[in-house]
Design a protein. Structure first.
Length: 405
């Protein structure tokens, strides 16, 4: 992949795949005009190279006006981060049927989660935070998809909770009476079809004729005991149709098809979803000044955090320092480290976790004392992102070794 260099490219181009490989960067003309126009109104002598300024600029604009083009600009900016996450997961999960482009599309849909959860005041870059969110979203989705694909319709119905079923049917626009009827049919199905072993549940076969009759008898008995609305009588064939619809609707609701922010709106390819976003940048000199001040504060805070983490790293026992160096600086896997040090893989995993916990504790203590940050679960989670970024970028680049040498 050819890296983007210019600010205009970073915030207005998107990845195009061909044969499941990166082909080129595609320019979105609307976003291109937007950032070119904004650059002219923002008086910055180093605007072309101030990548962090523009990240913060569009992020702050998104916060004040989510309907502006800011989300499109940030989506363009995070394309590379999403691509490398998808690439890494694809290489690690070689047995899955999803391709690189599929994984990319799945991950990029979590962009709203990235923007809602990101906190620039914690010190981590939005790329690092996005990479973590993208990775979690991708792995969770693939795990759920594998689970769904491994189940028959009847196995899926056997696994569903009533809450999931009701939400799925409501999303399908069914009436109150229809939802109540379908839920009772589903309850009767579960009563009559309850295998004791999980594999049998996963690959549960369609009920036979006698079972459908039993389900219908139970349904018609139970419906008379239901409080309003009064439910209709149903034959075995009707219940079979209802339950198939339940399975179809639940599968579509719980495991929806993946779409991209920048997919064509019509088969002819005329227009894109992102074109509907209004351009309300509203740049102002005061706003730019505030962003520059916040950017300066971030840079100062990051310098302080780097120094604190460097001290904490040097205080670790040599054994843990060696593990971190092998894992982050040399890029070895846990299995490779275990083989090199002649220890078990789970020992490597445990010691790596211990090293990072010690560093996180040191960072939390420093933040509490120097920045007066309350150690809430959210704050500690954000610090974990900051730590991971520092380990990946600072330690991997050898800066920590220079400081300790």
């Amino acid at each position: 992949m050819k890296p983007r260099q210019r600010i205009v490219e970073l915030f207005s181009t998107f990845i195009q795949f061909a044969d499941d490989l990166f082909e080129r960067w595609v320019i979105d003309s609307l976003l291109q005009r937007s950032i070119q126009r904004t650059q002219q109104s923002v008086e910055l002598g180093t605007a072309e190279s101030a990548e962090h300024f523009w990240v913060l600029y569009w992020y702050r604009l998104w916060q004040t006006n989510p309907e502006s083009l800011a989300m499109g600009h940030l989506s363009a900016y995070l394309q590379e981060a999403c691509y490398w996450v998808a690439k890494r997961v694809t290489l690690q999960l070689t047995s899955m049927q999803y391709q690189l482009s599929d994984c990319f599309q799945i991950a990029i849909t979590s962009l709203p989660i990235v923007l809602k959860g990101y906190n620039p005041k914690q010190g981590a870059s939005i790329k690092t935070y996005a990479s973590i969110v993208f990775s979690n979203k991708l792995r969770d989705t693939l795990r759920q998809q594998r689970e769904a694909e491994s189940r028959t319709n009847w196995g899926l119905l056997r696994k569903l909770s009533q809450k999931q079923l009701v939400e799925s049917l409501e999303a399908g626009g069914l009436s109150e009476v229809a939802i109540a009827s379908y839920c009772l049919a589903w309850t009767c199905f579960k009563t009559c079809c309850a295998p004791s072993e999980m594999p049998a549940t996963r690959q549960l076969s369609e009920p036979d004729g006698a079972t459908w009759v039993a389900i219908a008898q139970l349904y018609n008995t139970q419906r008379l005991r239901q409080t309003p609305p009064r439910l209709p009588e149903a034959q075995p064939e009707t219940l079979e149709c209802w339950l198939k619809k339940c399975a179809q609707q639940s599968r579509a609701y719980l495991y929806p098809a993946i779409t991209s922010l920048n997919l064509n709106k019509s088969e002819s390819g005329s227009g894109e979803l992102i074109d509907d976003l209004p351009d309300r940048a509203g740049a102002s000199g005061l706003n730019d000044l505030m962003i520059q001040e916040e950017l300066q504060e971030q840079q100062t805070r990051q310098t302080q955090i780097n120094a604190a983490l460097k001290v904490a790293l040097e205080e670790l026992v040599p054994q843990l320092q060696t593990l971190l160096e092998l894992y982050y600086t040399q890029g070895l896997t846990q299995q490779q480290i275990a083989a090199q040090l002649a220890i078990k893989q789970y020992t490597v995993s445990r010691r790596l976790s211990s090293a990072k916990e010690k560093l996180l504790l040191a960072l939390a203590k420093w933040s509490q004392e120097m920045l007066h940050i309350s150690l809430t679960s959210t704050a500690v989670k954000d610090m974990g992102v900051v730590l991971e970024e520092w380990l990946q970028e600072k330690l991997a680049s050898g800066s920590s070794k220079e400081g300790s040498g």
